[in-house]
Design a protein around this ligand. Structure first.
Ligand code: BMA
Length: 293
């Protein structure tokens, strides 16, 4: 694993009231030959909004918009839209996020690839598939499996799996992966970015929290045809807070990812560090798979 030596790649901007304090958990997609970031930002009012930046190589940001591209629009989101994750399905990106109102819950919306490329933020309708349920960390798989769309989300402390025929209404959910006592993922776990399809299964990067509230990243391989079955899981974390910008900040000792992309057999992971800045790290895909025992 190699952290980019130019980390953090994105930091708060004092002159932008909506992102003056913290920028962190980031969806990451490859589209039109560029890497696009949709990141959670907090400013003066401590409400989370989503900002946008992009890069040619995934490391050096050469475009960053001065205004948020997605903001709270109803009372279910009055304290913010957090932790975006984007999955391409057909020609639209489905975005899941945490809607934070009187409770936090999963929000879903979508946008076309063309609109992203044109930076025309024409998001579709928003919906909340699990009303009155405290949950977050939702990710949608990029295609139907066994005739149904599949979503992972988090009912504390477990990662759960849900199914849908139309992406709108989701059925009752089952637990698919639990924390492991005495380890780095002992207290709770949640999906990082959307699962990525490989030859032998789905690669899921996930975060694990231990009893000291340190957030680390690990990985799991899910069965290709039945992704509720975990085929392998890393014993050790693949990324843990070590650098100063990961250890000190709004929330200390946190690395938290909402997305990664595969570039030339390398997995490029973006992550919020200490809930304050954004970093990237690259991993050999083969090595991660080997560690998923
Ligand atoms: C989780 C979410 C993340 C945050 C993490 C660490 O519950 O709120 O957005 O990065 O806690 O504070």
């Amino acid at each position: 694993m190699v952290r980019f030596e130019g980390n953090p790649i994105l930091e708060p901007i004092e002159d932008h009231p909506w992102e003056s304090r913290y920028v962190f958990n980031t969806a990451m997609i490859g589209l039109g030959g560029r890497i696009h970031y949709f990141y959670r930002a907090m400013g003066e009012d401590k409400v989370s909004r989503i900002g946008y930046a992009s890069s040619e190589d995934g490391y050096h940001i050469d475009l960053r918009l001065p205004n948020p591209v997605f903001e709270p629009s109803c009372s279910l989101e009055k304290y913010g839209c957090e932790d975006p994750r984007l999955t391409l399905i057909g020609d639209r990106y489905v975005m899941t996020y945490t809607a934070y109102g009187d409770i936090f819950q999963v929000g879903i919306t979508s946008i076309s690839s063309a609109d992203i490329l044109e930076m025309n933020w024409a998001w579709g309708e928003r919906w909340f598939p699990f009303p009155n349920t405290w949950n977050k960390n939702a990710v949608v798989f990029p295609r139907m499996i066994g005739g149904r769309y599949v979503m992972l989300h988090r009912h504390e402390p477990d990662i759960c799996i849900a199914h849908s025929g139309d992406l709108c209404s989701w059925n009752h959910t089952d637990i698919m992966m639990r924390p492991r006592q005495g380890r780095w993922d002992s207290a709770k776990i949640g999906a990082a970015g959307p699962p990525m399809e490989l030859e032998d299964g789905w690669l899921l990067v996930y975060h694990g929290v231990d009893d000291d509230r340190t957030y680390r990243l690990g990985a799991a391989i899910l069965d290709k045809d039945d992704p509720g079955k975990v085929r392998g899981r890393t014993d050790e974390p693949i990324l843990e807070p070590r650098e100063e910008y990961e250890r000190f900040g709004q929330v200390p000792n946190v690395v938290f990812s909402c997305g990664s992309v595969i570039v030339d057999e390398e997995l490029l992971i973006s992550y919020g560090a200490a809930d304050t800045v954004i970093g990237v790290a690259s991993f050999s895909l083969d090595e991660i798979l080997e560690f998923c025992v």
